[in-house]
Design a protein around this ligand. Structure first.
Ligand code: ASP
Length: 349
């Protein structure tokens, strides 16, 4: 039986994981802006429209790169940088506060053509952490840099360094005060690891996966982590294989959700393994992985894209900010469950 299983896995690997990426004129960009207990009753059409416009702006930036023949890595960076510069998302400018009142940012990127990867964690002064992660990847020596060292590296690479106040918003500051109070309550009753996640948590990590004209996949993720995080906590977003994965032979993946459980599930890599070894579609692999994350008490969402342009935007929370655009420039965005709706891409400034 074992031998048979082994033979089956080897056969599937030959068919899927070892197949070369097709050279294709098809391009695709898929993005997310975080998953959580998004509730239409606590939002408004005006607020939702603001998110939809921000998603459309990110799609426009990434699509322009792909339409111009640029690489999937550059498209991922362009789309994520727009969301990092928007105060609406928990990444870059809209990042949440740590317990000590800092904005500590994590980001990662992976190139599916050669499985090169880069990441930064707990940085406080790099305007666009995704650009720093990309610089780490292109430098090629290390994969993950932390804190002050990552900032020194980014400065040496000529990346934009900002005063920490660039990331501060009053809304996020209020969220920290609320979370601090709630955590005291939670600690009195339940000191378990899941207690760190407030039940009305609305997370806003951002991510993108792209397929370029040359058949290359890339994935990236950027976040401020969790409100009220402590002790130098780092989630899944900068962890290659947990929050981000890309491999031309299978899929590109970016995750959002309860980071600890995504790390414990090796979620992004798990999606790729299910596609490559078990022959699942991107949607099936995303659902199976989210089910595993749920089994250990986590939730969130995954965006997945393969080298043929097949993609999935799946979540087991009430909502996930998300969007996609294909080679024809037709874009769709969504926030809650159900179909994504068509959206016009704004002209680039
Ligand atoms: N996964 C992120 C983290 O745990 C949070 C999120 O996706 O909103 O840091």
């Amino acid at each position: 039986m074992r031998v048979l299983l082994f033979a089956l896995v080897c056969c599937l690997m030959t068919n899927h994981t070892l197949a070369a990426a097709p050279a294709t004129a098809v391009t695709r960009l898929v993005i997310h802006g975080g998953a959580g207990t998004l509730d239409p009753a606590r939002s408004s059409p005006r607020i939702d429209a603001g998110y939809e416009q921000a998603l459309a702006a990110a799609l426009a930036a990434g699509h322009a790169v792909l339409a111009g023949g640029g690489s999937s890595v550059d498209a991922v960076v362009a789309a994520i940088a727009v969301m990092e510069d928007s105060p609406l998302f928990n990444a870059g400018r809209g990042a949440v506060f740590s317990h000590e009142g800092h904005n500590e940012l994590d980001a990662s990127i992976m190139d599916g053509a050669n499985r090169a990867a880069g990441a930064v964690a707990a940085v406080r002064t790099i305007r666009n952490p995704v650009r720093a992660a990309t610089a780490v990847m292109r430098d090629g020596v290390h994969v993950m840099l932390l804190g002050a060292g990552a900032e020194e590296f980014a400065r040496a690479q000529g990346l934009e360094i900002v005063d920490p106040s660039w990331f501060r918003s009053e809304e996020r500051w209020r969220q920290l005060q609320k979370a601090r109070a709630a955590q005291r309550v939670l600690r009195d009753h339940d000191a378990g690891p899941v207690a760190a996640y407030a039940p009305d948590d609305k997370r806003g990590t951002v991510g993108a996966v792209a397929l370029d004209r040359h058949g290359n996949l890339a994935a990236g993720t950027s976040t401020g982590g969790l409100t009220n995080k402590r002790w130098g906590r780092i989630g899944d977003s900068p962890v290659i294989g947990a929050g981000t994965w890309a491999d031309n032979r299978t899929v590109a993946v970016s995750a959002t959700g309860t980071g600890e459980m995504f790390i414990r599930s090796a979620a992004a890599h798990q999606v790729a393994a299910l596609v490559g070894l078990a022959g699942m579609s991107p949607a099936q692999a995303a659902d199976a992985t989210l089910a595993e994350v749920a089994e250990i008490g986590g939730d969130g969402g995954l965006i997945v894209l393969d080298a043929h342009g097949d993609f999935a935007m799946r979540f087991n929370t009430r909502g996930m900010y998300r969007g996609t655009v294909g080679s024809d420039g037709r874009a769709r965005v969504g926030i809650y469950g159900g179909e994504e709706k068509p959206v016009r891409l704004p002209a680039l400034r």
